[in-house]
Design a protein. Structure first.
Length: 308
């Protein structure tokens, strides 16, 4: 495990300043593939307060998706014979300006499916896109709604509501942090049954996470898997180190991997020549197995126990 301490832009700055050209840090366009079978809007009539914009088309080119006004989940289900009952909501990165949908959404979803885990890629609203009407509160609302939506359909997708985690890359890791350390209990009297569900993840998987580490992390925070390169040019290694230290101090189960090299935005590692970077998804799979999430759940989806 290598640690690098240096003067560098903070990872928080990654979300509020221009980054290197896309070709320098992001994957080249991949060959077109058939669209997943199911895309589910988070709200049937559009996001609250922005219902009139739900039919505006998204913009997609090469590796990015922009102009998200109707936030949604794209569903990737494992083969029934492999399904474990665990599920992961994936928040791609992109600095809240765009979403790295293929390399940090579709590819990790397919990897998780091969492990028997249901995956749901979140398209959240983008407050840092030029001309955006949104604030940082809106992607947080989208993430909360995504967890609740997945749990509300647990029986349909054969998911155990107590084994629903989140995977976040870069800005997506910041988004996971916005909901992982706060109470997530739903409103039992809500007229919308989705809003009655819990919105806190049961575990968190953070890959070069950005943002600001919370001042306080509760002892009941979700167990965490952290991974970053020690030469991350945006300082996300230092963010990850601080987060690891606080999670460990709070006695939260946490595993952290600091790769000696790799820089930022190596996605699922397949474009790298470094063995440690190419193999990092297997380290995540190891953690999931050791944590029991690759064991098949017994019986149907269980009712959720209260979480605070």
């Amino acid at each position: 495990m290598a640690f690098v301490f240096r003067a560098a832009p903070t990872c928080l700055a990654l979300f509020f300043a221009s980054i290197a050209p896309a070709g320098a840090t992001e994957p080249a366009a991949a060959a077109a593939a058939p669209a997943p079978a199911q895309v589910i809007p988070l709200w049937e009539k559009g996001a609250p307060g922005f219902e009139s914009r739900r039919k505006e088309p998204e913009q997609a080119k090469d590796w990015w998706v922009r102009n998200v006004h109707n936030p949604s989940l794209t569903v990737f289900l494992p083969p029934p014979e492999k399904a474990t009952g665990a599920a992961v909501v994936i928040a791609p990165g992109g600095g809240y300006r765009e979403l790295v949908f293929s390399a940090e959404g579709k590819q990790p979803a397919e990897f998780l499916n091969r492990l028997g885990i249901a995956a749901f890629v979140l398209k959240y609203r983008l407050p840092n896109q030029e001309g955006s009407p949104y604030t940082m509160e809106h992607p947080r609302q989208d993430a909360l709604r995504a967890l609740r939506l997945v749990r509300s359909r647990a029986r349909q997708w054969h998911i155990d509501v107590q084994r629903v985690g989140m995977l976040g890359f870069s800005a997506g890791g910041d988004l996971v942090g916005q909901i992982a350390y706060a109470p997530g209990a739903g409103d039992p009297k809500a007229p919308d049954p989705i809003e009655r569900e819990n919105a806190r993840p049961d575990f968190q998987l953070l890959v070069y996470p950005g943002g600001k580490v919370p001042e306080h992390i509760p002892s009941d925070a979700p167990p965490a898997f952290l991974l970053v390169a020690s030469d991350d040019e945006y300082g996300c290694d230092q963010t990850t180190l601080e987060l690891f230290t606080k999670l460990h101090a709070a006695h939260v189960p946490v595993e952290a991997h600091f790769l000696a090299r790799g820089k930022h935005a190596f996605n699922m590692g397949d474009r790298s020549t470094l063995v440690s970077v190419r193999g990092w998804p297997d380290r995540m799979a190891d953690w999931l197995k050791d944590s029991g999430y690759l064991q098949r759940a017994s019986g149907a989806a269980k009712p959720a126990k209260p979480q605070q």
